[in-house]
Design a protein around this ligand. Structure first.
Ligand code: GDP
Ligand code: MG
Length: 263
């Protein structure tokens, strides 16, 4: 196969995935070798209490393209992803959950859609009419209610912000991620709302979702926290105008720095 030029960085957040992290990395590596793109996988372990980090790290000998990082304590998926930005060297970045609910082979669909639609971001959506999803009715209802909330508050051009398969032009992440406050919940939403606000084009892609765990790990308290963080993003975006001011604050800090240097 002809080698393709563009490099893909795969960011894989992992929390207590010891039982599957090795096969997840190997499967992802195999998929990207088959595609023919240069790739790197960045595993962000987040204070797992099992052996996720050790197992992932042991594979780094086999795959020079594998980077494994660890937070000593759990800080949430959003912060882990924001931190991953320091290590990304690819032109495109794929967020891929470590549990393989979404097989990495679906990257090609997202990449093709990005090209056809001239999109900056392509996100997998459980609510896309062509998606094949197999997850509990309770999660389907939660997904739909959350979609309505997000539609009312932000009018985003997407139906499902939460799915663990998202493709970005890396330059978009470099611009957007540093602006985010990143609380523990609603990180995906904060990222997409800001990208939309800055004028980046977001398009949805169909996915095939096969849950590997019989029950999701999201409990009622996480749902309430996600709801509250969602309202907080609305407040910061539309009432405080925090995200609009952040450039100004940054410039102001730079100006201060500049004056200090000249003194
Ligand atoms: N870095 C990091 N990853 C996390 C955290 N919580 C979940 N993950 C990872 O994020 C992905 C999605 O989490 P999961 O529990 O499967 O959520 P679900 O698929 O929405 O039920 C998986 O790869 C998890 O290992 C966290 O606190 N930090
Ligand atoms: Mg999952």
């Amino acid at each position: 196969m002809k080698a393709l030029k563009e490099k893909i960085s795969i960011v894989m957040p992992a929390y207590n995935e010891g039982s599957r992290i090795v096969s997840s990395i190997e499967e992802t590596a195999r998929a990207f070798d088959d595609f023919g793109y240069p790739w790197e996988i960045i595993v962000m372990d987040d204070g797992s209490s099992d052996d996720t980090y050790e197992k992932a790290n042991a594979l780094a000998q086999k795959y020079p393209q594998l980077i494994v990082k660890r937070n000593p304590v759990n800080m949430g998926k959003g912060r882990a992803i924001k931190k991953a930005l320091h290590y990304i060297t690819g032109d495109y970045t794929l967020f891929l959950d470590a549990d393989m609910d979404l097989h990495p082979i679906q990257f090609q669909t997202l990449f093709d859609i990005m090209g056809f639609d001239k999109a900056d971001i392509v996100i997998g959506s459980k609510l896309h009419p062509n998606s094949i999803v197999n997850y509990p009715l309770q999660r389907k209802i939660i997904s739909f209610v959350y979609y309505l909330l997000v539609k009312i508050l932000f009018n985003l051009p997407c139906h499902d912000t939460q799915t663990g398969l998202k493709l970005f032009k890396t330059e978009v992440l470099r611009n957007v991620l540093p602006r985010l406050l990143v609380k523990k919940f609603a990180f995906d939403l904060e990222l997409l709302v800001n990208a939309h606000h800055l004028g980046y084009k977001i398009v949805e892609a169909p996915i095939i979702l096969k849950p590997q765990r019989p029950y999701g790990r999201i409990g009622p308290s996480a749902l309430i926290s996600t709801g509250l963080d969602t309202l907080a993003i609305f407040y910061r975006m539309h009432i405080l105008k925090y995200y609009d001011r952040i450039d100004y604050y940054r410039r102001k800090n730079l100006a201060k720095e500049f004056r200090r240097m000249r003194r």
